[in-house]
Write a protein that binds this ligand. Sequence first.
Ligand code: HEC
Length: 152
Amino acid sequence: MKKSLITLTILLMTGAFAYAEDRQMHHHAMMQSKKTTEDSRTSLKLKAPMRDHQLSMMREHLRAVNDIVSDIATGKFEQASQTAHQKLGLTPAMKKMCNRYSNADFKKLGLAFHRSADELGDVLTSGDVNKSLNALHVTMNYCVQCHATFRQ
Ligand code: HEC
């Protein structure tokens, strides 16, 4: 009787240890996966009105890229060029907007992005699909690079 009680105690303790170890490993895995999905981008620390404004500008940028792709596909290069210059290029309004950001690297990247869009606008007038797509790719690299580096 006494011997079986000891055996039972040992069995229960082994089970408890195994459970604790399993929990710890699970926790460790969770922490690791959290690390990989953690947002380590630089925050611009934007205030509410600026946040909404930035996001609405961004949706406009996406729409412009969409229009340009469609215009290239249907051979409307003049139209695509105008969209690039007017919606993505470094217009005085766009320049003013970029200069409102306090983060110097963000500002620099933003201005370089808009300048690349003006180059895209120029290349588009050639009517050359490959050259145009290449120029669009250069501009879109700025979208990708900035999104990987900064958040609101
Ligand atoms: C200089 C930096 C920069 C460039 C260049 C840039 N963006 Fe953004 N974009 C941002 C930031 C910052 C956010 C907010 C991201 C966050 O806080 O998670 C954003 C958000 C967005 C969003 C989300 C909008 C929403 O309503 O949630 C879209 C779409 C977007 N960008 C499209 C684009 C496209 C398309 C381009 C290029 C043609 C582009 N952006 C270029 C900085 C940039």
